[in-house]
Write a protein that binds this ligand. Structure first.
Ligand code: ATP
Ligand code: MG
Length: 240
């Protein structure tokens, strides 16, 4: 369970997270909302890049925000970014191993963890290839492998399918959906692709201007007129 209580982030005069309150209980949870709603900022708070002005986040009973960044990684916080992080010249194996480097685990355990993560995302037969030689969909899978290696407890995926064709997005969704059962971690998936979110997440929350405007079972939330309006409002802002 993830409990977010009164979370507020301020950057000068901007308040990208504004009294966010939310409880997530599903294995896979969607977090959606228009551009600039605060989704990535929320991930930055969880991974320790951004210090909030107020609020608490408790995951599986542990308060995350007072933990030092490296402790969060050891605790099990993992994430992907909107831009690819894997290093093109390194192999799939080496890229995934980088995440485990400071895990404090034995090297034989790390090796086994890396192989397991790479096999889980279906790249077992590409493990020795340089990431730069892989296709776009495979590189996304490397990012996912990096986000689940070792013992993840909270896996944050920031638009993992952006720019992928529909069939590749579907395959990625099937892999993401298995993360909670395979690893015991809770997943938070941010994506603008509502088909991916519906296919992958049992529950969804909607952020707009840094506050939660709807949350609950995915189908009910996506059918909520308030949610539609948040997205339409975004189009109007873009046109203005
Ligand atoms: N370091 C920063 N300094 C100042 N403002 C910032 C900073 N990072 C983000 N913002 C602002 O905070 C708001 C939320 O941005 P954020 O990146 O969290 O949105 P998002 O929901 O992830 O959007 P998208 O769907 O486009 O990725 C935006 O108005 C953004 O310009
Ligand atoms: Mg973002």
């Amino acid at each position: 369970m993830i409990v977010i209580d009164s979370l507020t982030v301020r950057f000068g005069g901007v308040t990208p997270i504004n009294d966010m309150n939310l409880t997530m209980t599903a294995g896979s949870n969607g977090l959606i909302g228009p551009n600039g709603a605060g989704k990535t900022t929320f991930f930055n708070v969880l991974s320790g890049f951004v210090r909030p002005a107020e609020g608490t986040v408790t995951v599986f009973g542990d308060e995350l925000l007072p933990m030092a960044d490296f402790k969060r990684v050891r605790w099990g916080v993992r994430r992907t970014f909107q831009t690819e992080q894997a290093i093109a010249d390194l192999t799939v194996y080496e890229n995934v191993l980088l995440i485990e480097e400071h895990s404090g685990r034995k090297s034989s355990t790390r090796r086994a963890d890396v192989i397991e993560a790479v096999e889980f995302v279906g790249l077992g037969n590409q493990i020795g290839r340089a990431v730069g030689t892989l296709g776009a969909a495979e590189r996304r899978l490397v990012e996912v492998a990096r986000a689940i290696v070792g013992h993840p407890r909270l896996v944050l995926l920031d638009e993992p399918a952006a720019g992928l064709p529909e069939d590749e997005t579907e395959k990625l969704g099937e892999i993401i959906k298995q993360i909670p059962d395979r690893t015991g971690a809770m997943v938070v998936l941010v994506d603008h692709d509502m088909e991916l979110v519906s296919a992958t997440c049992d529950e969804v929350a909607v952020l707009d201007f840094g506050s939660v405007i709807a949350s609950g079972k995915t189908q009910a939330v996506l059918a909520d007129p308030l949610v539609m309006r948040a997205y339409l409002g975004d189009d109007e802002r873009v046109q203005a």
